[in-house]
Every structure is written in C-alpha cells, then in structure tokens.
Design a protein around this ligand. Sequence first.
Ligand SMILES: NC(=O)c1ccc[n+]([C@@H]2O[C@H](COP(=O)([O-])OP(=O)(O)OC[C@H]3O[C@@H](n4cnc5c(N)ncnc54)[C@H](O)[C@@H]3O)[C@@H](O)[C@H]2O)c1
Length: 269
Amino acid sequence: MKNRFENRVVIVTGAASGIGASASKLFAEEGASVLLTDIEDEAGQAVVDEIKVSGGVAEYMHVDVSDAEQMEAQVARVEALWGGLDVMFNNAAGVRLGGLLEIPVEDFIWSMDHAIKPYFLGARFAVPALQRRGGGAIVNTASIAGLAADRGLPAHVTCKHAVVGLTKSLAVDFARDNIRTNAICPGATRSPIMATMLDSAPKYADAVNRATPQGRACEPEEQAKVALFLASDDASYLNGCAIRVDGGLLAHSGIQIDWDEVAPERHGG
Ligand SMILES: NC(=O)c1ccc[n+]([C@@H]2O[C@H](COP(=O)([O-])OP(=O)(O)OC[C@H]3O[C@@H](n4cnc5c(N)ncnc54)[C@H](O)[C@@H]3O)[C@@H](O)[C@H]2O)c1
C-alpha cells in the first residue's frame, strides 16, 4: 500500500456518496486523517464507520457547502482534531436543471449558491489553514460541463465553468504559498444517482457509451484516484489544471464519420 497521505489531514465535502465517499476511503487507506462532510448524515457516518473498521482515521461532520459558517467550522474542526489541514477536496455541488427559457431565475441563483459558492467558501476558509501549515493542495470537482456545453443545462454548465475559472485563479494567487489548486472534470460517472439513470434509461446509456471513446461510463473510484493524484506530492508541478477524466469524450471532435460509407476506396471498404 502506498502511503502518500501519512500525517496529512484531508477534508472531503460531499463525502457520503459517489466520488466523495470513494476518495475518502482512498485517502484513509493511504494514511490520511479524513474529515468527511455532507448533509446526508447517516450515509456519511456509515462511510466513516467503514473506514474505521478498516483501521483508518476518519470523522464525520454535518456541513452544508452553501453555508459559510458551516464551511468555516469544518476547517476549525480539523485543526482542533488533528492540528491542521493539508488537503481540501471541494467535491459537493447541487444544481437545478432546466433550459434558459424554462428555468426559474431563482433556480439559477440557487444553482450558483450550491455549485459555485461552495468552491469559493471551501477555498476561502482552507487557504489560511494551508498557509499556516506551509502549503498544501486544493482539488475541486468540476465536470466536463466545465469545459464544454451539454444541451439544455445552462445553470450546470455555467457553474462548472466557474469552478474551472476559480481553480485557475487560486493556482495563480497562492502558488507562492506552496498551495496547488487543480480540478477534476468527470464525464458520466456511476455515482448512485447517475448509475440509476444509466441503468434505467438505455437510450441515455447508449448515448454516453457511443460518445465516449472508451465506450462506457466511469466508476467513482476512477475519479477519486485522479483527485488523490492531484492532491499528492506526485503532482508537485501541476497547478491550475482542469483534468478531464472522461474516457476520451472531449478528445473527440463530435463528428461521427463512417469512413467506409464516405470514402470506401480510401478505407478498404
Ligand atoms: N456523477 C457524474 O456523472 C458527475 C459528472 C461530472 C461531475 N460530477 C460532480 O461530482 C461531484 C460529486 O458528485 P457524485 O457524482 O459523486 O454524486 P453523489 O450524489 O453520489 O454525491 C454527491 C454528494 O454531495 C452531497 N451534497 C449535495 N448537496 C450538498 C450540500 N449542499 N452540502 C453538502 N453536501 C451536499 C450529497 O448528499 C452526496 O452525498 C459533484 O460536484 C458533481 O457535480 C459528477
């Protein structure tokens, strides 16, 4: 077992499920003391219990990522528990869906409060703690929607682009404090809600599989492993990056060409 996070203290938001739960377990496996925060208290505590049974060090705390006081309190909690903070994994977000002409304005504002503000707050309260420690890492969970637009999701696409922008801004502002900030940009990932959608809507699953060069959706652990890499010293010269973890989705031009049909003579058809 690698121990890249021995003697390191990590906060993971949205840690009760999906990518956050997976990352929390991996951080603990690699020696970190992990504060898991979420609004789903039972599920979050269950992940902590699982980590503890495996010999890891973890605690749970109720934190709504849109609430400044709670976001500040989680940093105070790790400093009280374990003496500092080394890694802030800003992972939780929530958005309301609806096209530009349909989404109520208050739902658009709600989305910014739950999918942009949490990353700002996470960094705002983590940076002073990381500075006190002499440096550290921030990892933000953005999305491929932070790099390109899906149809009909203006709130989601806007918020995730903002997360990528904030990631670059923090990277530039705090590099001299030895604080690196990077983002993962997941493609469709089988966290519980998405797995249900993929399994119950074959047309949606087909569309994801066809558009993705690797031909499948991602497992939460595959996202979490990249987040851990970005948080680790292995990524010591990566800063301000938005890493696509999308099975090659955005490497593709999007134009589906059947060369056998278009130019059979040049493609042996
Ligand atoms: N699953 C995907 O396909 C996918 C794709 C791109 C980006 N993402 C991003 O990945 C991140 C994690 O999502 P996931 O896929 O693991 O989903 P998930 O639903 O399994 O986990 C999200 C967790 O965040 C928590 N959460 C939601 N609102 C919160 C709030 N206000 N305060 C605190 N916690 C809150 C939920 O309770 C849940 O435990 C999100 O930022 C999401 O936008 C996911």
